[in-house]
Design a protein around this ligand. Structure first.
Ligand code: 13P
Ligand code: SF4
Length: 334
């Protein structure tokens, strides 16, 4: 990478390049032009802001986005999500240029685990295989035997022999939930998502009392007490399907708030209530990592084709194996 490119990456990461955007520019028209000119595909997660979700070529959960990244013929994958998701796209489709509007779009869960730390844990349990949640970086994936997402974790764990010892990394909440529904006793890495751990059982219980017809739906990254009272637990894609197809007209939604944008579209007449978090002064049910991507940064990242995701080929190949295994084992999952 040239010095100029490095400087642009650093600046764009901090949002300074916004100053370069000419006044009065129509960002959506410009993004559309760049998308065509550069044969780019914009992939976005349900936790992105509504304007980014609306401009995306494909909107999905982690599993759907990985599949889309693998099969695309576009020359450039513009990943509107967090860093581990863009990395997964690069691992699966290395000949494509993968860019992420803001390289600081990380993940507290992914940050809780390193490849080195996981290697140490494996030494203590030499017979165990490692199943890792996709919310982890490429070094953790490289140390794993199988990757899972919240859409396919239960299915994949159920496909493994009952007597197989398993280390599950990095999400203790998803791991505990999968242990409960599959009857396993997986050894859990002690990581968590700051957004899903912020929900308050006490305040949600009050919301349930105030809205007696509402069903509580939750992402499995939420803590056990919230999951215990939930009427339905599922990945972002499954929560969306549940709200659209269930007869109930009111839902308290315990996951990142960005999902409400697509939920309102799929179920326009239903009442959707964001679940409350412990600190009433903070917007804790918003993932600030996801929200680092903005339309301005998306435009700049497409224009300059930066910041780009680049991976060490050895790590990429090691990380590819458990992701390929996941895709094979979850062919029947939508
Ligand atoms: P999904 O796999 O349900 O899309 O979840 C991704 C995520 O980051 C949840 O916090
Ligand atoms: Fe990571 Fe949580 Fe944000 Fe998902 S919502 S990207 S798990 S910090």
């Amino acid at each position: 990478m040239s010095t100029l490119e490095k400087a642009i990456e650093t600046l764009s990461t901090r949002g300074f390049l916004n100053m370069e955007i000419p006044k009065g520019i129509n960002l959506i028209e410009e993004i559309n032009k760049l998308r065509k000119e550069k044969n780019a595909i914009i992939l976005a997660h349900y936790y992105q802001t509504g304007d980014i979700q609306d401009i995306a070529d494909f909107l999905g959960d982690s599993l759907q986005l990985a599949r889309e990244a693998e099969k695309t013929n576009a020359d450039m994958i513009v990943f509107c999500g967090v860093h581990f998701m863009a990395e997964t796209a690069k691992i699966l489709n290395p000949t494509k240029k993968v860019v992420l509007p803001d390289t600081l779009a990380g993940c507290s869960l992914a940050d809780s685990c390193s490849g080195e730390g996981l290697r140490e844990m494996k030494k203590k349990h030499p017979k165990a295989i490692v199943v890792s949640y996709i919310n982890c970086d490429s070094t953790v994936k490289a140390e794993s035997d199988i990757i899972v997402t919240s859409s396919n974790a239960e299915h994949i764990i159920n496909s493994l022999p009952l007597d197989q010892e398993i280390i599950f990394a990095p999400d203790r909440n998803l791991g505990r939930y999968i242990n409960q529904v599959t009857g396993r006793n997986m050894i859990l890495w002690d990581g968590a998502c700051i957004v899903h751990e912020a929900f308050s059982l006490e305040r949600i219980a009050q919301q349930m009392l105030n809205n007696p017809k509402a069903k509580l739906i939750a992402h499995p990254e939420a803590q056990k007490p919230v999951l215990q009272v939930a009427h339905y637990i599922g990945s972002t894609a499954n929560l969306l399907n549940y709200v659209a197809n269930d007869d109930c007209q009111e839902f308290i939604v315990a996951t990142e708030e960005g999902i409400l944008h697509e939920m309102h579209k799929r179920a326009p007449h239903k009442k959707l209530i964001p679940a409350l978090t412990q600190d009433e002064r903070c917007n804790c049910s918003e993932c600030h990592f996801m929200k680092l991507n903005t339309l301005e940064k998306l435009y700049l990242c497409m224009k300059y084709e930066l910041p780009e995701i680049l991976l060490d080929e050895d790590i990429r190949l090691k990380a590819l194996r458990p992701i390929t295994k996941m895709l094979e084992l979850s062919k029947t999952i939508k």
